[in-house]
Ligand binder design. Structure first.
Ligand code: PMP
Length: 429
């Protein structure tokens, strides 16, 4: 494959945009080579500026659950645009999508829409602090909750890919209020709580981690966090930016039967437009301005185009009884095919999967937390990434990311992907 135009565009972009990109992982820095400049996308495929076609397993990092340029979303946005793109006034569609979201997700009465997952998580923590009157939070190493200061402490995703899990610019004062625990390790959380009992506002967790590859919670982990929060007057915040409306209509709360106090959303809820949201029961949400004292706002929050895209997306998800079964079946098929191809050539690996999230780790032990995720063979991952890319398969350019399976993938696409894995495996044997 030739990437002449992408190379030229990247060179030009680097002159005027830091690193040539508006979000770090896009730069391919961890795997080397030139990032591909997208020109268009449809269904399961993305097309670059050089005319190459890729089967897409990134899917805009999650939002495109039903495929690119999904007709109901495109039509809703095009239609909405004709009557104005932003008002800074309340609109009926905001209530419509809020009602639908509240009906789909367990254990929430009210939802506030923002513009990104970062904003959702940042606001959720402020709300938890305002509600409890306490300062500190516990987060898990390798979890990523966006780039607001409190979360850039042992953060996953791009932060760890670039070796800056603790970013310069985050003050000591902020960092001291974020305590770090090991994912899937309740004992570790208990120790932190015992040492900081009086001043702990919340635990924030990806209830299925997706930012150190995909790491599902071990049996009892989420239930244990729930119990610890109840016993210590702390709120449990589920960051469902990746998992919300993806793993089930009601996200991980529904899937695992564990209630969170505040839930954060992003990605799928915006159907590919910039949307985030956070939600809770009335007792908590009524603390938010203008009803309560905890301030949070946004010029473009609840933007009509974003709401139209999100509403079309949620309606499709809500009305499709087989969607999650189909996604699960496709991802299982892929899992089995990849495992067989790698095993055939003796390539050591671990595959983590839950619903439509999957990641391949070049590492023989179970991957259950950041330390085990970081033990993978990164050089082999780089070769894997480039082999797949050359064969027209676009996976995340970092070992610390999840593949997002879309319903638009056909079994032929999955077979093509498995064949590509086999070619890679053979070249490594
Ligand atoms: N939380 C999680 C779990 C995420 O995966 C992400 C983004 N990958 C965020 C928060 C931040 O969302 P955004 O990039 O929309 O700010």
């Amino acid at each position: 494959m030739l990437y002449q135009r992408s190379s030229a565009l990247f060179k030009e972009a680097q002159e005027v945009i830091p690193g040539g990109v508006n979000s770090p992982v896009r730069a391919f820095k961890a795997v080397g080579g030139t990032p591909i400049f997208a020109k268009s996308a449809k269904g399961a495929y993305v097309y670059d500026e050089d005319g190459n076609r890729f089967i897409d397993y990134i899917n805009s990092w999650g939002p495109m659950l039903l495929g690119h340029a999904y007709p109901p979303v495109v039509e809703a946005v095009v239609e909405k645009t004709k009557s104005g793109t932003s008002f800074g006034m309340p609109t009926a569609i905001e209530t419509e999508i809020a009602e639908l979201a509240v009906s789909m997700v367990p254990n929430i009465d009210k939802i506030r829409f923002v513009n990104s997952g970062t904003e959702a998580c940042m606001s959720a923590v402020r709300l938890a602090r305002g509600y409890t009157g306490k300062d500190k939070i516990i987060k898990f190493a390798g979890c990523y909750h966006g780039h607001s200061d409190s979360f850039l402490i042992a953060a996953g995703s791009g932060a760890v890919t670039f070796g800056t899990p603790n970013s310069p610019g985050v003050t000591q004062g902020t960092a001291k209020d974020t305590l770090l625990a090991k994912y899937n390790n309740l004992e570790n959380v208990k120790e932190l709580i015992e040492a900081n009992e009086e001043n702990l506002a919340a635990i924030i967790v990806e209830p299925v981690a997706g930012n150190m590859g995909c790491i599902p919670p071990v049996e009892g982990f989420l239930e244990g966090l729930r119990t610890l929060c109840d016993a210590n007057n702390m709120l449990l915040i589920f960051d469902e930016v990746m998992t919300g409306f993806r793993l089930a209509k009601g996200g991980v709360q529904e899937l695992k039967g564990v209630d969170a106090d505040i839930v954060c959303f992003g990605k799928v809820v915006g159907g590919g437009l910039p949307v985030g949201a956070f939600a809770a029961r009335n007792a908590i949400m009524n603390h938010l301005a203008p009803q309560g004292p905890v301030y949070q706002a946004g010029t473009l929050s609840g933007n009509p185009l974003a709401m139209a895209a999100g509403l079309a997306m949620l309606k499709s998800i809500n009305s499709d009884q087989d969607l999650f079964k189909r996604l699960d079946d496709k991802t299982k098929y892929l899992h089995k095919g990849i495992a067989e191809a790698l095993n055939r050539y003796g390539i050591t690996h671990t595959i983590n999967r839950i619903g439509s999230m999957i990641s391949v780790h070049f590492h023989e032990d179970s991957v259950i937390d950041f330390d085990t995720a970081a033990n993978g063979n990164n050089d082999q991952f780089k070769r894997f990434f480039h082999s797949m890319l050359k064969q027209g398969i676009y996976i995340a350019p970092s070992a610390f990311e999840t593949w997002f399976i879309t319903d638009a993938l056909s079994y032929e696409d999955l077979d093509e992907t498995i064949k590509a894995v086999e070619v890679f495996a053979k070249s490594e044997a």
